[in-house]
Ligand binder design. Structure first.
Ligand code: ADP
Ligand code: MG
Length: 325
């Protein structure tokens, strides 16, 4: 590695995020040294964002720094884990200090919000690509998994559906841009639902974060748990912008299959539903019941007129009206 690259690491990455007691040695040596807390399991997850695939090359770097970390934190939230450490592998086309400072600002602010310390990484030259690995704690036996949903469970969602998908449509020129300013932050600066995930420990049976769309991600819970689900269009939590768009187009796909929302979808046994609602209300996180778990292996979507749309496990491509029974 060229000396300028050591300078780059020192300047931008040697102190990013919080300073934690369970970090014996952070950035700067061959390895980080970490001292995990007793009685906790480590939850570890990694995501890569590639320029031109996951984001536009000219995206604002501050926003990109936020999103690269947020999508990883969302995975910790979905397991009920508390963030602790992060590593960052960056491939950069050039050394651009202004770009790096802005990226680190977006990344660092979110890291500090969640008491997360950057403890290591790798820096290489090439087409822009960002890989983030997060590590979090969850008390032994309390992680929220995709497996565990049971027939009769109530299905709940944090936040609203389809904002990121609608924003993407607008940015791609498929829609007028008038509502974009509020929606755009939902696409570019998602809020990882860490507090909600922790609060769901001990009450939720199963959980997942919504990255690929409600049907696809709820489908993962159903498949892992060996169950089906029933959701009602009239119950889906929608922002005004998405509700207005659906009203004028009839296009429910934006809510059912739009990706990048990073909300949590959980299933809860009926006797714990009130407890879940209270815990999440205390956090001031929006929470909405959208349906229930039932036997079978498909997701039934109940239309606003009461008819059933049958959704196969594989997702929205297989979206079709059920034959009359
Ligand atoms: P080595 O050659 O021993 O693998 P490097 O020269 O790649 O080490 O990295 C030197 C130090 O800087 C290591 O502690 C590494 O974890 C850290 N580092 C390199 N790139 C990054 C980055 N993008 N973010 C955080 N730490 C980094
Ligand atoms: Mg080394």
């Amino acid at each position: 590695m060229a000396s300028s690259e050591f300078e780059l690491i020192k300047q931008h990455f040697s102190h990013l995020g919080s300073i934690r007691k369970d970090v014996v040695l952070g950035v700067g040596d061959d390895c980080a040294l970490l001292s995990p807390l007793a009685d906790q399991v480590l939850a570890v997850s990694m995501d890569t964002l590639v320029a031109g695939v996951h984001f536009l090359v000219d995206v604002d770097p501050e926003t990109l720094g936020h999103k690269a970390l947020a999508v990883n934190l969302s995975d910790l939230a979905a397991m009920g884990a508390t963030p602790a450490w992060v590593t960052l592998a960056l491939t950069l086309p050039e050394k651009n200090d202004a770009w790096l400072s802005a990226f680190c600002s977006g990344f660092g602010k979110l890291a500090i919000q969640h008491n997360l310390q950057l403890v290591g990484g790798d820096t290489t030259r090439g087409p822009l690509s960002i890989t983030v690995q997060v590590h979090g704690y969850v008390p032994a036996g309390q992680a929220l998994r995709r497996v565990g949903a049971a027939v009769g469970d109530q299905i709940y969602l944090t936040g609203t559906l389809g904002d990121a998908g609608l924003s993407l449509k607008a940015l791609q020129g498929e829609l007028p841009l008038d509502q974009l300013s509020t929606l755009r932050s939902r696409l570019e600066r998602p809020t990882p639902r860490i507090g909600a995930g922790v609060a769901m420990r001990g009450v939720a049976h199963a959980a997942i974060d919504l990255s690929d769309g409600l049907l696809a991600d709820l489908g993962h819970i159903c498949e892992a748990s060996g169950v089906g689900a029933r959701i009602e269009l009239s119950l889906l939590p929608l922002s005004i912008a998405v509700a207005t768009y659906i009203k004028s187009t009839g296009d429910w796909q934006i809510a059912l299959a739009g990706g990048d929302d990073y909300e949590l979808c959980v299933t809860v046994p009926p006797h714990q539903a009130a407890e879940l609602e209270q815990r999440i209300r205390e956090l001031k996180t929006p929470l909405t019941r959208i349906g229930s778990i039932e036997s079978g292996d498909s997701i039934r979507v109940i239309d606003t007129d009461g008819s059933t749309l049958q959704i196969e496990q594989r997702g929205y491509d297989h979206f079709r009206k059920a034959p009359p029974t």
